[in-house]
Design a protein around this ligand. Structure first.
Ligand code: HEC
Length: 294
């Protein structure tokens, strides 16, 4: 080929690739419309309205609804009989109180099996020291300075390392928001953050929360192995495990608890901050806390 043809050919190939990239981009454009509704903030609950299984009814609509069902709209019980819940100040306050102060999950699972509180205890001196260091000032990321070496999975964080927890501490508080002394969690640990001036931003996701650390610290989180894609019967986890007879009358040696916990902690520590694996489906598909639920 003469050089002119070569240049022409080159330009042609370049143009064709460019067009192909543009075309493929436009073909795989996400359908924005489908996700818009998901990204809207959750509706706030207007006082005096009714919640009818997730559908908001104005006082007038609720009144008509009750009357159409042959009940007396002047009697509050009529609404309750149909499952329409009146949104009152008292109801909102009790919801907020549960959100901030009531521990979540079942204590048997979270504490007895996973050992969440026992895990937190491992860094309790660091936690208390870090809060004392704040001198009553709020923070959106409590940072722990390790007083001893800390081994999680196959990693060891040496004494003196500084670890970001992403935990928020309110002004003059003596424990992080959403955590309780016994290691129980409330919804607020993940779904509330503090503003720069220390105000509570209710329902705003705590996107920098070091959930992997909290899980890896817990003593027996491998019990949740079904959330990731670890096979407990993989020969590499064999060791000091118990033996059981399975439903086919076969002898099965369970994994070595320490090796398996260590493998689980390694996998958990690979999950980015603010992410969380909520489904026990043996698939590694972590979710990011992005939803604003205020
Ligand atoms: C360990 C962190 C964590 C805690 C504690 C937590 N959540 Fe969540 N929440 C998440 C994550 C991550 C998502 C988004 C991904 C998902 O749906 O799994 C989410 C999503 C949600 C959503 C929106 C999605 C949906 O399923 O409708 C609501 C509402 C919600 N959480 C309410 C609560 C309430 C109420 C509590 C307390 C009872 C709570 N969360 C405790 C992490 C947490």
């Amino acid at each position: 080929m003469r050089w002119r043809q070569k240049v022409l050919m080159f330009i042609l190939i370049l143009t064709a690739s460019f067009v192909a990239v543009l075309a493929s981009n436009s073909l795989i454009q996400p359908k924005v419309m489908a996700t818009v509704a998901l990204l809207q903030p959750a509706p706030t609950q207007p006082l005096g309205y009714y919640d009818y299984f997730g559908k908001l009814l104005s006082p007038q609509e609720a009144n008509d609804f009750v009357r159409n069902q042959g009940l007396d709209p002047a009697d509050p019980v009529s609404y309750q009989r149909l499952g329409a819940v009146e949104i009152t100040q008292q109801l909102l306050e009790s919801g907020e109180n549960i959100f901030f102060n009531t521990k979540i999950g079942d204590t048997f699972g979270l504490q007895g099996v996973f050992g969440f509180g026992a895990g937190l205890l491992r860094v309790q001196p660091e936690l208390i020291a870090a809060i004392t260091e704040l001198h009553g000032e709020p923070t959106t990321n409590l940072r722990l300075t390790l007083q001893e070496d800390l081994t999680l999975g196959s990693r060891t964080y040496p004494k003196g390392s500084v670890i970001d927890t992403g935990l928020d501490v309110e002004r003059a508080a003596n424990f992080p928001l959403g955590l309780q002394f016994d290691g129980s969690l409330t919804c607020a640990v993940c779904h509330v953050v503090l503003s720069k001036t220390g105000e509570r931003l209710k329902g705003v996701p705590n996107g920098d929360l070091n959930i992997p650390l909290l899980v890896a610290l817990s003593t027996n989180t491998a019990a949740g192995f079904a959330r990731l894609d670890l096979n407990p019967l993989d020969p590499s986890y064999q060791g000091n495990g118990k033996t059981i007879i399975d439903s086919d009358n076969q002898l099965v040696t369970l994994p070595d608890p320490e090796k398996f916990e260590s493998a689980f902690d390694d996998a958990v520590l690979d999950v980015p901050f603010g992410n969380f694996e909520s489904s026990p489906d043996a698939i590694r598909n972590t979710n990011r806390l992005i939803l604003n639920i205020s």
